[in-house]
Design a protein around this ligand. Sequence first.
Ligand code: ADP
Ligand code: MG
Length: 211
Amino acid sequence: MANIIAILNPKGGAGKTTIALHLSRALKGYGSILMVDTDPQGSARDWAEQGGGASFPIVGVDRAGALKGTIQQLTRGYDWIVIDGAAKLEEMAAHAISIAELVIIPVQPSPLDLWACEALVSQIKQRQVITDGVPTAAFQISRAKKGTKLAGEIRKVVADYELPLLNGNIHDRTIFANSLSSGSTAIDEEPEGQAAFEIRYLVKQIVKGFE
Ligand SMILES: Nc1ncnc2c1ncn2[C@@H]1O[C@H](COP(=O)(O)OP(=O)(O)O)[C@@H](O)[C@H]1O
Ligand SMILES: [Mg+2]
């Protein structure tokens, strides 16, 4: 049975697809991966067509009602399933929350972006009450700008939601965007670079959580 991780945030541009693709790529060191693209825009599937598809399979699910069934059929075939969430699709998010063991909420370090997560956080907490704390959920600072103090202040705002914040910020780095546009990842292009380091740090925390 696969470990199932959902990357969710109702806001477009939070970095969900960038993190989902990089996370999936980095998890290759820990077993077989399936990525599930729930975004009708299909950015992850576009990446696969650019050449990324050689790294791990990506299936698209465009109907919220089909998400669970698709994953249940495939869960025995993989060690990890990473769900790339879509903006605004609350029903899809609800299904993702109901099947995932871990939800990661990438959030840009701005109070406005955090406030936009309120409904998602309450959806997750309602589910946790029903299923004894499953899924675990945590925020991940995404697209942080170097040299700004905002990320540190944001940690205080996150505390109000009473969900953990993962250690280490994912910074705004051109390699994250540029590598994906050619069907690659920052990990393939610069395995020893800062971007790859940030992703590996995230993966270590995730893998530890599943041990
Ligand atoms: N850490 C990052 N550094 C630089 N650019 C980023 C980063 N994360 C996301 N982006 C860029 O921001 C835009 C939105 O990111 P994306 O991952 O598609 O967000 P979402 O899936 O939440 O809508 C894309 O153009 C992407 O290339
Ligand atoms: Mg996306």
